[in-house]
Ligand binder design. Structure first.
Ligand code: GCB
Length: 598
């Protein structure tokens, strides 16, 4: 009896122990992994019954909770759930578009699947989650292995002590309920797709392993960077090879586990949109071996110009949501990203603004290969809770995860800290502090934000105080859609008192594919095309303009676009419809970019 009581106390305290903070291993897509993609059982849990306690309102796992993966058997103890008898859903994927009754579901949903694993001795094992929107709580064999907040960035939960040799089970509770202190907050103009929306896998690494690495080209033409080793001893050797450049570097770790490299390449072919050359890079630290494909280029600002490899560049862009073409839903596959970037290429784009959150790593990998420059953004969108410390911490965490994952992508030139945030001291301090963080984490890239254009009469003075913290000023404007008529655009005067490079990070208007009519009739393809033409006339009078990212490549689901017969739950500002039909404006932009590209 006493032994039982002790067992129960120990068992409960193990369950209640706070879960570890997840980490983030870079280049997971270059490591051997056991994929957990596929069918998972799921239980929809709007009342949070799965945490196991009916009397407490807090989400703490208890012995009756779903994390135990119990099974009810006739005559056995009372268990009021059973994953094995519950339906399945595909991972990666949002739940909203896989199950008709979950289209509008926002709340808690539990995922479960079994997996076989045979850990090798002296290794660390991680559960890798590419993204879980919005909050995730992960359990392996009933051990609470980690919690994570933020729906668009990857994380790795160490499961070394939880995973057994043989068949294991993993339970992940994902909750996409919106809340005021979240990032993003309760309002946005896109669908709040919930679930395990990106790949999930198990990754095993040696005792001492490379968890982070980065290499970049300096303005003086050297390749510099580091590899970071966790679990090693100070002074251990790390080597770095770039076979195609016949470069071999060697360094030893400092007391923080970091081995720094600086080498001078001969005959380097610089990465650019015209020549997206990637080099295979190999790092070796003891038993760990990690490869990456890295392009080398420089990016900087000089006055109001953006210089790529020392030469002024104009960014022929388009804004892109991570919406899956043809099927609507969160983009998650190779096919999704190659369709989206394929359309951008057809438009003669050399740039995409990936809105409004970090996209799947497939997107930045493919941009690297295709030679498309990238603006990558965190979901600090509209009016978040600027004075809330938790909100700041979550924004900072997402910034950190975005930078850490993609710091080695040559395509990524701009870290965007926010979108359309109304001016206030608290907001400027919040984003200004994020800018300091971003520069600290990655001194090699440019910092931007998409701001609301301050307009007075027909003059736009680009003086949002946030601009002081940025390298490149993004401004969104909707002349001809939310204000005035398309033909008003050319008579607008633009001033850039900060003398920084400017990107018009959004402009556009809605059109339903196939709806034709006079050019002054809203929602027709002709009206949308008219907006584009008039904008181009306006851009000619903006000497400091260094790029544009019209809104938006493809129609996307949005719960705030409800005009029946036209919007039907979609933001229709796409150049391409959700079914892949190209609208008139697509071809207008294509012509314009073809001219600029010459
Ligand atoms: C904006 C927002 C974007 C919206 C777009 C629109 O300014 O940045 O998220 O979807 O306008 O269509 O109104």
């Amino acid at each position: 009896m006493r032994r039982n009581a002790i067992f129960i106390v120990l068992f409960c305290s193990a369950l209640f122990a706070a879960a570890q903070q997840p980490t983030l291993l870079v280049d997971i897509d270059h490591r051997p992994a056991t994929s957990l993609d596929g069918e998972w059982h799921y239980i929809v849990d709007p009342y949070h019954a799965g945490w196991g306690s009916s009397t407490s309102n807090s989400d703490v796992p208890s012995p009756r909770g779903y994390a135990r993966d119990g099974h009810y058997v006739t005559g056995g103890p009372l268990i009021e759930y059973d994953f094995a008898k519950s339906p399945t859903i595909h991972v990666p994927g949002d739940w909203n578009t896989q199950k008709e009754n979950l289209l509008y579901y926002e709340g808690l949903l539990w995922y479960e699947r079994d997996f076989e694993f045979h850990p090798r001795p002296r290794t660390h094992v991680f559960l890798h989650i590419g993204a879980a929107n919005y909050a995730a709580h992960a359990f392996v064999d009933d051990v609470h292995v980690c919690d994570h907040e933020g729906g668009f960035t990857p994380f790795d939960c160490e499961i070394t002590d939880a995973v057994k040799d043989g068949v294991n089970f993993v339970v992940i509770a994902v909750d996409n309920a919106r809340a005021l202190d979240h990032v993003p907050t309760i309002k946005s103009d896109w669908w709040n797709y919930g679930g395990l929306t990106r790949d999930v896998s198990i990754v095993e690494v040696p005792d001492a392993y490379i968890d982070d690495e980065t290499l970049y080209l300096t303005k003086s033409g050297d390749i510099q960077g580091y590899a970071h080793i966790t679990g090693g001893t100070t002074g251990s050797k790390v080597s770095m090879r770039i076979p195609d450049l016949q470069l071999n570097g060697s360094a030893t770790t400092d007391s923080d586990g970091r081995a720094s490299f600086s080498v001078h390449p001969n005959g380097l072919e610089r990465w650019s949109p015209e020549h997206p050359r990637l080099y295979k890079v190999e790092f070796t630290a003891g038993e760990d071996h990690l490869t990456d494909d890295i392009g080398f280029r420089t990016i900087e600002v000089q006055g109001d110009e953006i210089l790529l490899n020392g030469k002024s560049i104009f960014l022929r862009g388009v804004s892109v949501h991570a919406e899956a073409p043809f099927r609507s839903g969160r983009a998650s596959s190779d096919e999704d990203v190659s369709t989206l970037l394929g359309w951008a290429k057809e438009l003669h784009c050399n740039f995409v603004r990936l809105v409004h959150y970090p996209h799947d790593e497939r997107m930045t990998r493919l941009a690297d290969k295709l030679g498309i420059l990238v603006w990558s953004e965190i979901p600090v969108y509209w009016s978040i809770d600027w004075t809330n410390q938790h909100t700041y911490d979550v924004a900072k965490q997402q910034l950190h995860e975005m930078i850490r994952r993609d710091r080695d992508k040559a395509s990524v030139i701009l870290w965007s800290l926010s979108n359309e945030t109304p001016i206030s001291d608290a907001r400027t301090k919040f984003i200004g502090d994020l800018a300091t963080e971003a520069r600290h984490e990655d001194p090699t890239r440019l910092i931007t934000s998409a701001m609301l254009t301050p307009m007075h009469d027909k003059t736009a003075v680009l003086n949002d105080p946030l601009g002081a913290y940025l390298d490149v000023l993004g401004y969104n404007e909707y002349i001809g859609w939310y204000m005035g008529k398309p033909e008003d655009a050319p008579s607008f005067k633009w001033e850039d008192p900060m003398h920084k490079p400017v990107i018009i990070s959004e402009f556009g208007g809605s059109a339903k594919a196939g709806l034709h009519g006079p050019a002054d009739q809203r929602f027709t393809e002709e009206y949308q095309a008219e907006i584009y033409k008039e904008q181009f006339a306006m851009f000619r009078e903006m000497p400091f303009l260094r790029g544009i990212a019209p809104w938006v490549l493809m129609d996307f689901r949005s719960p705030v676009r409800l005009l029946a017969g036209i919007q039907d739950g979609y933001n229709r500002k796409g150049l391409v419809s959700d079914k892949g039909e190209k609208k008139k404006a697509f071809f207008i932009l294509q012509d314009y970019y073809a001219g600029l590209a010459k």
